[in-house]
Design a protein around this ligand. Structure first.
Ligand SMILES: Cc1cc2nc3c(=O)[nH]c(=O)nc-3n(C[C@H](O)[C@H](O)[C@H](O)COP(=O)(O)O)c2cc1C
Length: 194
């Protein structure tokens, strides 16, 4: 049997290119590449991902009726062995870009929970950053967990940092980028990283 290269998909939900979430995600993807994986980042803010309209058009598990950049992302999600979802905290939740993307995976929800179709088992991680020091990340983490369960991506870890507001200030954290790199390496290396 030929081992296929592990495919890692990084989904950036921050509109700030080079911001804190982006830097952490890039570090995680670098770690995955170091472990031999093929890693790709998609930046939701650069794409058109319209909100789910709850039309139920995806209930047959085949496709979403909306035609936008999500059509391409469905293929990338299906193909990914590892999904890393990265969002800043906005009003104690994930960003609007991230939430629109998650809601559009309702197609996978129908496949798994209604049609009982067996999907690819994968691994997943959630990366998040907030400005307020006492942020507990409960709300964004719960949303991310629902997404990972739907995609059969075991949410083996959340990597979250609070107290970082300015773009790039995460660089001031002594271990954050190294932790993100280690996370990417572990996820790509098929080790159980709970
Ligand atoms: C619309 C908006 C809402 C925000 N809401 C929160 C919040 O509820 N709690 C918090 O701690 N930080 C909040 N922030 C701050 C960001 O989470 C913080 O600046 C983070 O570092 C941004 O990450 P980024 O550099 O990847 O964009 C908010 C920022 C914006 C733009």
């Amino acid at each position: 049997m030929v081992n296929r290269t592990v495919k890692v998909l990084g989904v950036l939900g921050s509109p700030r290119a080079g911001g804190n979430t982006d830097r952490l995600l890039e570090a995680a993807l670098d770690g995955a590449r170091e472990a031999g994986a093929e890693a790709e980042k998609v930046s939701l803010a650069r794409l058109e991902v319209r909100p789910c309209t709850s039309c139920d058009g995806c209930r047959d598990g085949v496709r979403c009726v909306l035609e936008d950049d999500m059509s391409d992302l469905y293929g990338k999600l299906e193909d990914a062995d590892v999904i890393i979802l990265a969002s800043p905290v906005y009003f104690d939740a994930v960003s609007a870009q991230t939430k629109a993307f998650i809601d559009r995976t309702q197609l996978f929800w129908y496949r798994k929970y209604v049609l009982k179709m067996a999907g690819r088992k994968r691994r997943g991680a959630f990366i998040s950053v907030a400005a307020r020091v006492r942020t507990d990340f409960a709300c964004p983490e719960a949303t991310a967990r629902a997404f990972f369960h739907t995609l059969d991506a075991m949410p083996c870890r959340t990597l979250a940092f609070s107290g970082f507001e300015e773009a790039g200030s995460i660089e001031d954290h002594p271990t954050a980028l190294g932790e993100a790199r280690d996370l990417g390496r572990a996820l790509a290396g098929e080790r159980n990283c709970i």
